[in-house]
Design a binder for this molecule. Structure first.
Ligand code: UD1
Ligand code: CA
Length: 442
């Protein structure tokens, strides 16, 4: 029997001060609630999302994940009530928040195992923190945990408690949904139904288990942009450590930014300031030099990219390709050993193996209405500062003279010269200098 995880993701996240719902904020390229979904999938849990604020957008972000609607957000207990209809009554129900992106699958597996072992009605994961801030406080009495008190409702003594609620629980599903949730009562200051009241109910029945997790960072809830940055850093470190263990060399992992969706091979080298986004893949032996940004790019083996290169979506470098400083590529396929060393824009183009793209080469792919393609054959030599006005086809083994503006196709083996012929006028410079000097002295 699979265990369901209900992920509460209907809140606006007021403290984020953002027009984007909190649970959609990306961390290392994956939306916040997406990290919780990944942890669920790692733990073999079947997720259901409670959506409300920006419900359509949240649904569209996680296609295939079943959802329940909480049209008005009247608290975490109310969120569970809104999903009660669609949830199974057998076995264990895990309840999580969509704003805890650091939780690991293994922790959820351990939570479910502990819950099953003890036969509790509720198992709550707690943690000890230096600054309990807005977290719900775990109130312990003679017999163990008695209840959770929200910071907004806590006494001065309770506010000093450093053991707090992670917002992650395993429940006896039928008990929670049929015996507790229907009886929740609203709390001040916002008249919300608190899921945390279920903890008190389980304690009263003598069947509450509380497990204090030793890695408090992993359970952190993200409520504002400062916490978002802290959580992003933790995920970045985890991602980078994973790639270093897989054989990627990083000169400074603290300054290397890799989305969760990127894929790398061993002996890739990344210099500081490198940003790898989206579906980027990089094969073995490739070096990405400082401050290069790659998004949805496919880079083959033994390439050299950057420093200061920008590979935009649809870039493919097959193998041993060189893309140097201030070169931007988009929907560009550069075959083996192509070299584009400096200051170029290569968009909507395919460039044959062995071609050399001179400094300052621009594919003029946009005419104000549509995008057009530039095809360059193998072993072509494109001289510096050439403008290739698309659509245009430049054959194999061609030479385009430096400074050319190419508007017509160039046949294989041809030399294309498309610039004004140079005239040298003997002594003329001196005449002009003299005249300018006289004018200035008048
Ligand atoms: C909640 C807990 C608190 C715990 C903390 C852990 C309650 C009452 N408080 O507080 O004890 O220490 O999490 O991080 O449960 N949500 C809905 N519908 C709502 C309200 C919230 O779906 O009506 C969702 C939010 O989108 C969010 C999650 O529930 O993902 C938690 O809500 P939030 O407002 O962040 O609760 P906290 O104040 O952090
Ligand atoms: Ca929270």
């Amino acid at each position: 029997m699979t265990t369901t995880a209900l992920i509460l993701a209907a809140g606006k996240g007021t403290r984020m001060r953002s027009s984007l719902a909190k649970v959609l904020h990306p961390l290392c390229g994956r939306p916040m609630a997406g990290w919780v979904l990944t942890a669920c999938s790692d733990a073999g849990l079947t997720p259901t999302l409670v959506v409300g604020h920006q419900a359509d957008r949240v649904r569209d972000t996680f296609p295939g994940v079943p959802t329940a609607l909480q049209a008005e957000q009247n608290g975490t207990g109310h969120a569970v009530a809104c999903a009660a209809e669609v949830l199974p009554r057998q076995g264990t129900l895990v309840v999580l928040a969509g704003d805890t992106p650091l939780v690991r699958g293994a922790t959820l597996t351990a939570l479910v195992e502990a819950h099953t072992r003890t036969g509790a009605l509720c198992t709550v994961l707690t943690m000890k923190v230096d600054e309990p801030g807005a977290y719900g406080r775990i109130v312990r009495g003679a017999t163990g945990v008695e209840r959770i008190v929200e910071a907004a409702n806590a006494s001065v003594e309770e506010l000093a408690i450093d053991e707090v609620n992670s917002g992650m629980y395993a429940f006896d599903a039928a008990w929670l949904l049929d015996e507790v949730i229907p009886h929740l009562v609203p709390h001040p200051p916002k008249n919300e139904l608190y899921l945390t009241d279920a903890i008190e109910a389980a304690a009263a029945a003598g069947r509450l288990d509380a497990a204090c997790h030793d890695d408090a960072d992993e359970l952190m809830g993200v409520n504002d942009k400062a916490a978002l940055a802290v959580a992003t850093k933790v995920l970045r470190d985890r991602i980078n450590l994973g790639w270093m263990e897989a054989g990627v060399t990083m000169h400074d992992p603290a300054q290397t930014y890799i989305d969760a969706t990127v894929s790398l091979e061993q002996d890739v080298t990344l210099e500081p300031g490198v940003v790898l986004k989206g579906s980027t893949t990089i094969a073995t032996g490739t070096q990405v030099f400082a401050h290069s940004v790659l998004e949805d790019a496919t880079v083959g083996p033994d390439c050299k990219v950057g420093p200061f290169a920008r590979l935009r979506p649809g870039t493919v470098l097959t193998s041993r390709v060189k893309v140097g400083n201030f070169v931007e590529t988009k929907k560009a396929v550069l075959h083996d050993k192509v070299s584009a060393g400096h200051l170029s824009y290569l968009g909507d183009t395919e460039i044959g193996a062995g071609s050399n793209i001179g400094a300052g080469t621009i594919t003029c792919n946009y005419d104000g209405f549509g995008k057009h393609r530039t095809e360059i054959g193998e072993r072509a030599f494109i001289g510096s500062n050439s403008s290739l006005v698309a659509p245009v086809v430049i054959g194999a083994d061609t030479i385009v003279a430096a400074g050319s503006t190419i508007t017509n196709n160039v046949a294989d083996d041809a030399l294309a010269l498309a610039r004004a012929r140079q005239k040298n006028l003997a002594g003329k410079a001196q005449d002009i200098h003299r005249r300018n000097k006289e004018r200035a002295e008048k």
